[in-house]
Design a protein around this ligand. Structure first.
Ligand SMILES: C[S@@+](CC[C@H](N)C(=O)[O-])C[C@H]1O[C@@H](n2cnc3c(N)ncnc32)[C@H](O)[C@@H]1O
Length: 202
């Protein structure tokens, strides 16, 4: 069952990854126009979805954990924003063609290579031509740091992998770097990060 592990992790009243957006999302949110249709996958407890909705985006946010989605709802109510939250297994997600102006994926390192390939293809499919892709995750050296993410090397990302997955996309920003992050209990300390900001070809 997809959600058991994550439901347990999200069981407390606190927000496992905090209630503020990932630094990556805060940094690039200015590229998301008010009114933009945004899909955010594996959204967790809603920190990134709520941030973008508060800036005027129309956000659809999916996650496999009903516990996370209930807490995400709570955060949206507290912040007085509306988000279309869905509980769904990403492996069964029906990617709509050219339905979103922005697609966001933050720390979905649970996805092993075959599922990851399907997700990457789905993200490309669901973006409109010219749509914005925002990806943020862990690089392989994160395994030595032990500050977040699964200790499964094949699930981690490289920039080369992302270039190969999104051929023809115009890369606006890419980075493979170390940074201190403080995102609740879930992500804390020196982290090996990958950022990828790109536009689908028109
Ligand atoms: C590391 S958390 C990241 C959450 C969120 N993106 C954030 O940065 O706060 C990974 C998320 O993936 C979700 N997840 C794991 N497997 C999933 C699946 N098969 N389908 C949908 N979501 C899944 C978990 O419930 C969890 O919320």
């Amino acid at each position: 069952m997809v959600s058991e592990f994550w439901d347990a992790r999200y069981a407390g009243n606190d927000y496992h990854f905090g209630t503020e957006p990932a630094a990556f999302v805060a940094r690039w949110a200015h590229l998301v126009a008010p009114g933009a249709r945004v899909l955010t996958i594996a959204e967790g407890e809603g920190r990134n979805a709520v941030h973008l909705a508060a800036r005027g985006a129309h956000v659809t946010a999916m996650d496999g954990s009903p516990v996370a989605v209930a807490k995400a709802h709570r955060l949206a109510v507290e912040r007085d924003v509306e988000v279309d939250f869905r509980v769904a297994d990403i492996g069964a997600w029906e990617w709509q063609d050219a339905a979103f102006d922005v697609a966001l994926g933050v720390f979905f390192q649970f996805a092993q290579p075959p599922l990851r390939a399907a997700i990457f293809a789905g993200l490309a499919q669901t973006l409109v031509p010219g749509g914005l892709l925002l990806l943020h995750g862990y690089a392989p050296r994160q395994i030595g740091y032990g500050t977040g993410g699964p200790p499964v090397a094949e699930n981690l990302w490289t920039l080369e992998m992302l270039h190969a997955a999104f051929p023809g996309f115009e890369v606006l920003h890419e980075a493979d770097y170390d940074a201190e992050i403080e995102e609740g209990r879930g992500h804390a300390g020196r982290s090996a990060l990958i950022d990828f900001v790109a536009r689908k070809p028109v």
